[in-house]
Design a protein around this ligand. Structure first.
Ligand code: GLU
Length: 509
């Protein structure tokens, strides 16, 4: 059965999606799926001055990469067509009609004040140490020019004359508005502190407030889940529902994502400074040419990124940190969204990536590693590469780490770590390594277990420390004192390469 839960992610296409926006989309998605409801993408593009042409595509691509698909939205109108269109610029008539309804019912009024007049008001208030708010305490005093003080005739004459006007909401006076937020609980506000917000602008476009309420109503949105920055607008929105005679949806305001230091909202600059992306995908600013990095391009797995974001402001009430998307859907609950800001921790994102790396299928990881190898001119059978991946992945955070962790599986060391050589390649080492070559040459079965037993037997018989052989051997094969189990490496690269690498080390060191 179809549930009545309908939620929307409603970004304005003003630039790339910040991770805060992605988290809002994710929580909406999780909530929708948990309740077998519908997740909608609505593009709020009424502010033409801030419109950025490639931003909508960016948003769609980002949701696609994150694998949080929308059920209804601008690019799949056909799925459930009755609620579209999903771009506000394509719904202008609806907003105009509803602004007119509010004028008729007395919940809104025309205001003809010019920007200069309002500026004068603002300044004169400031001089008296006050803040200018356009509302009940001055809207009918005569200094402001609006349809509350002008006669109908005067209003019509001005409109006919082409005078610029806006339509403002007439906020009620002397009322304590009690509201409920799913995250924050009860909030009450004195309506006297509200200003008469503009609902319709002189350019013939609605403001965010009007368009948002009209759309949420006609799209039958049941829950508005959005960022904390919209909490101050909640009172106006609830009053607008009342003015239209509509039922308001439920509201849930999500906590801010804070800088790693814990104070202030996480910004792109923090990312630049500390070296992590704040956007899901890389983004090129078409005007400046500036490129911002993205989680995808930086090599993060989408599911690790999503897992990290899910826990940024929500917790399951248990110690569990690793969640598949299905598990997140099952566990998600607005009641466990925190009221206070969530500190962003870039190292934790790497931790998640490393954890996801371990659970990724080796075949899948091999497919990601092969192009990196072929770019380096290395072609090896898939089965070989897969074994390498298996051996090194526990040390990798990103696929891009693979090469550095595994180059010795594919090529001879091009240099030897200087410090390690000094410490471990002693005058007597050459002779020891010659002897080792002789031992190895005699071994037919070059499997890990066999070489390990035979080499260790030889070392024990010689009554020398293991390090005296094993460290120079590692240097010979790897070029440094790093990498997995040495006998595994030998089995992988084979007898011939093992011996020739030792020979080369003897000749070089
Ligand atoms: N267009 C608003 C934004 O860009 C939407 C806010 C809301 O969800 O109501 O965040």
């Amino acid at each position: 059965m179809e549930s009545n839960v309908r939620v929307r992610f409603a970004p304005s296409p003003t630039g790339p999606l910040h991770i805060g926006g992605v988290r809002t989309a994710l929580y909406n998605y999780l909530f929708a799926k948990k309740h077998k409801g519908t997740f909608i993408l609505r593009i709020e593009d009424t502010d033409q001055t801030r419109y950025v042409a490639n931003a909508e595509q960016y948003i769609v691509d980002a949701l696609d990469w994150c694998a949080i698909p929308f059920d209804e939205g601008p690019t799949n109108n056909s799925i459930k067509g009755t609620f579209g269109p999903y771009r506000q610029s394509e719904r202008k008539d609806l907003y105009k009609k509803h602004a007119a309804l509010l004028l008729e019912s007395g919940w809104a009024y025309y205001a003809f004040d010019t920007a200069e007049q309002l500026d004068i008001e603002r300044k004169s208030h400031e001089e008296q140490g006050k803040t200018f708010i356009y509302n009940w305490h001055n809207r009918e005093r005569g200094r402001l020019v609006n349809s509350l003080v002008l006669t109908d005739k005067e209003v019509q004459a001005r409109i006919q004359n082409g005078d610029k006007y806006v339509i403002r909401f007439k906020s009620p006076q002397d009322e304590t508005l009690v509201m409920n937020d799913e995250v924050r609980g009860e909030i009450s506000i004195d309506t006297n502190v509200l200003d008469d917000k503009i609902l319709f602008k002189s350019d013939g476009m609605p403001t965010y407030h009007l368009a948002n309420i009209v759309d949420d109503h006609f799209m039958e949105i049941s829950h508005v889940i959005r960022g904390e920055e919209w909490l101050p607008s909640m009172a106006l929105h609830i009053l607008l529902y009342r003015a239209f005679g509509w039922d308001a949806p439920k509201f849930a305001h999500l906590p801010l994502i804070l800088k790693p230091v814990g104070k202030g909202k996480l910004s792109k600059r923090d990312g630049d400074k500390l070296g992590f992306p704040v956007f899901p995908l890389a983004y090129t600013n078409q005007e400046t040419g500036d490129v911002s990095r993205g989680y995808k391009e930086d090599g993060y797995f989408a599911d690790a990124f999503i897992n990290m974001l899910a826990l940024l402001g929500w917790n399951p009430g248990t110690e569990q940190e690793l969640f598949s998307l299905e598990e997140l859907i099952a566990a998600f609950d607005l009641k466990r969204v925190s009221k206070s800001g969530a500190k962003f921790n870039p190292e934790k994102t790497n931790w998640f990536n490393q954890q996801y790396m371990q659970s990724k299928d080796d075949v899948e990881l091999t497919e990601l590693f092969l192009p990196i190898l072929s770019e380096k001119g290395i072609s090896k059978p898939k089965e070989y590469v897969q074994k390498v991946v298996q051996a090194i992945k526990e040390r990798a955070v990103f696929v891009a780490d693979f090469w550095e962790l595994s180059d010795f599986y594919f090529q001879n060391p091009s240099e030897y770590d200087e410090k390690a050589t000094k410490k471990n390649w002693k005058p007597e080492t050459n002779e020891l390594m010659q002897e080792l070559i002789a031992i190895l040459s005699a071994i037919d079965d070059f499997s890990t277990s066999n070489t390990e037993i035979l080499v260790k037997e030889w070392i024990t018989a010689k009554e020398i420390g293991f390090g005296k052989v094993m460290q120079p051997l590692r240097l010979s094969l790897v070029g440094a004192l790093k990498g997995p189990h040495l006998f595994d490496i030998m089995e992988m690269i084979g007898k011939e390469a093992t011996i020739s690498r030792i020979e080369k080390a003897i000749a070089t060191l």
